[in-house]
Ligand binder design. Structure first.
Ligand SMILES: [Fe+2]
Length: 454
């Protein structure tokens, strides 16, 4: 090949790769190498269903809620559901249910978040479902309804995922799934994403968790990062913050909370455990009143509460005294067993403690029987300095974790595991006849992971 022909061939190749890159919407570099794929290419809604997530608005023994996203071109979404069979014959029995669409604007086009609450399901039964527009369908996914009785089960709890969801949080949620693939639900204690109104953040959250939320229902409470500026202002000063416009379309949670806080403060009963989400971003007093009612009428043996801002902060200068004054007394009164929180980007798990033992300079805050165990954890890669308090039994810095919690009759067993699957913390609660717990420490014999202080 002559010099000129070689040059022509190189130019042709470069043009072809630029054209191919342009066709894919890529910003190619000068040397023809493809550039970074813009968020629009990755996260714009299409007519194909994505962001499929299971949750509950009603009884986990007899219902499931499914939400998903398409572009707004899909006016009517459908869900098909059937009892799962060993072969493909279930598809012939599938019942088709219409979805309700919530319109939502994204920077890359109008979307519809579709939602179906499937009721009249049989307890302890495996179902298969798919979602779509009648022609374009998701894959068939499976889930199992809860038992109507207090039977043993396992669930997973995550602290803040929040940052670098696609690159860093993915390994934690996937490690947790491989450790507890039959978990009843995945509980997220707020700050699922970093910028509440950033569509790409939500896209990353779903990309990281892949098919997992299509099979295992999710319980989530909003953190401060699910709150955004309200947009109202006087003399240029922003007045306040409000829940991101994504929260209610993306998830379907119960509407049994106080007015105005629906789907952020709510409770779900799962096989003998009342799981309560409180919204620690606003209206703490109103929720304390509501909580009293929910706990007065609680027929279940175990109570787990989740919210974002911790009662015992594990980060310097971030004390939330209001949480102790307004909420902790209610937790004490009704012997709440476990409180699962986030926000401080460290790990800190307390002994079983009560409000009156909360001496600021506390010599001891331990309560051998009774009291509540409070946990702060973090699953994403953003890390803060730890401020250890006397209430804390086990803590960590710079460690991504997930927690596996087993409930079996009078026993609750808790394990915190690192992103590599190593046991980092553990304890057991045994319920006594008077409703109080005996706590047995099961902390592994490994040093705490703490930053080297200069
Ligand atoms: Fe956070």
């Amino acid at each position: 090949m002559s010099g000129t022909s070689r040059l022509n061939a190189i130019l042709l190749l470069a043009t072809a790769s630029c054209l191919a890159a342009a066709a894919m919407g890529l910003h190619a570099h000068d040397d023809g190498q493809p550039g970074k794929v813009p968020d629009q290419e990755k996260y714009a809604p299409t007519i194909l269903p994505d962001r499929i997530v299971l949750s509950w608005t009603g009884d986990p023994a007899t219902s499931i809620a499914v939400t998903w996203r398409t572009s707004a071109e899909v006016q009517q979404g459908w869900l098909e559901v059937a009892e799962a069979t060993a072969g493909p014959e279930f598809a012939r029995q599938a019942k088709r249910l219409p979805a309700v669409a919530s319109p939502h604007e994204s920077p890359w086009g109008a979307a519809h978040y579709h939602s179906v609450n499937v009721g009249e399901l049989a307890p302890e039964t495996k179902y298969t479902y798919r979602v779509g527009d009648g022609e374009n369908w998701s894959e068939w996914n499976q889930f199992t309804t809860a038992s109507a009785d207090a039977k043993p089960f396992t669930f997973v709890y995550f602290g803040d995922a929040q940052n670098d969801l696609h690159s860093h949080w993915s390994r934690v949620v996937r490690e947790a799934y491989s450790d507890a693939p039959k978990a009843a639900f995945l509980l997220h204690a707020g700050d699922l994403i970093n910028k509440g109104d950033n569509d790409a953040d939500w896209g990353e959250w779903f990309a990281a968790s892949s098919h997992i939320h299509r099979m295992i229902p999710c319980i989530a409470t909003p953190g401060n990062h699910e709150y955004v500026k309200s947009g109202e202002s006087i003399l240029g000063i922003t007045l306040g913050r409000k829940l991101t416009s994504y929260w209610r379309p993306v998830f379907a949670f119960p509407e049994n909370g106080p007015d105005g806080l629906h789907e952020t403060a709510y409770y779900i009963d799962y096989q003998g455990v009342r799981v309560i989400s409180l919204n620690s971003n606003e209206q703490l007093e109103l929720q304390a009143e509501w909580l009293e009612g929910v706990l007065t009428q609680n027929p279940h043996r175990w109570t787990v509460v989740t919210f974002h801002h911790p009662v015992y902060s594990s980060a310097a200068g971030r004390d939330n005294a209001l949480m102790r004054d307004i909420w902790q007394k209610v937790f004490d009164k009704f012997h709440v067993d476990l409180v699962l929180q986030g926000h401080d980007h460290t790990y800190a798990r307390t002994h079983a403690v009560r409000h009156e033992e909360n001496v600021p300079t506390g010599v001891t805050a331990r309560s051998e029987t009774g009291g509540t165990v409070y946990v702060v954890s973090v699953s994403g890669p953003k890390m803060y300095n730890l401020e250890k308090r006397p209430q804390m039994a086990r803590a960590a810095e710079d460690t991504q974790l997930y927690q596996i919690i087993h409930v079996n009759g009078d026993e609750l067993r808790y394990e915190a595991r690192t992103a590599t699957g190593q046991l980092y913390d553990g304890f057991r609660l045994n319920k006594q006849a008077d409703g109080r717990n005996q706590l047995t420490e099961q902390i592994p014999d490994t040093p705490e992971r703490l930053r080297q202080k200069p």
